[in-house]
Design a protein around this ligand. Structure first.
Ligand SMILES: [Cu+2]
Length: 154
């Protein structure tokens, strides 16, 4: 019983927040205030709400804003079950390749790799990481230029 009630409350909060994002600045302030009041009524700390609403994901640019052949940032740290999205930025085509010796043992790299070249501006791909550890990867076209990155999964 208690679980379903709190699930409903969670949904209500997400709806409120979504509305706030698409509204004017003034409305957003009001909505934030409402959320704070809601939090105190429900006995939920604002800190925990913040954690819940923070997207559990990281985004990595393919090529730096200045055109460098690098992943930006080169290292991202996420939690188990989170995803990483790579987005074409500059100097493409790029791709995302993990080798078996660069990931935790037993991880199937074919579920992480995006070997097809990303050719279009803004094109993106996403992989989900379910096993803790360090994952090293590189871009095949620019491996010789040192385009490599790391995902740390806690
Ligand atoms: Cu590349």
């Amino acid at each position: 019983m208690q679980t379903s009630v709190s699930a409903m409350r969670g949904s209500a909060l997400v709806a409120t927040t979504h509305t706030a994002r698409t509204s004017t600045r003034a409305t957003r302030c009001v909505a934030a205030f409402d959320a704070r009041r809601w939090a105190s009524v429900a006995g939920v700390g604002l800190a925990s709400i913040g954690l819940t609403l923070t997207a559990n994901a990281a985004t990595v640019k393919l090529g730096t804003d200045s055109g460098g052949l690098q992943f930006d940032p080169e290292t991202v740290t996420i939690s188990k079950g989170d995803s990483v999205t790579w987005q074409n930025n500059a100097g493409f085509p790029h791709n995302i390749v993990f080798d078996e010796d660069g990931v935790p043992s037993g991880v199937n790299v074919s579920s992480l790799n995006h070997e097809d070249y990303l050719n279009a501006p803004g094109q993106s791909v996403t992989s989900k990481f379910d096993v803790a550890g360090e994952y090293n990867y590189y871009c095949e076209p620019h491996q010789g230029a040192g385009m490599q990155g790391k995902v740390i999964v806690n």
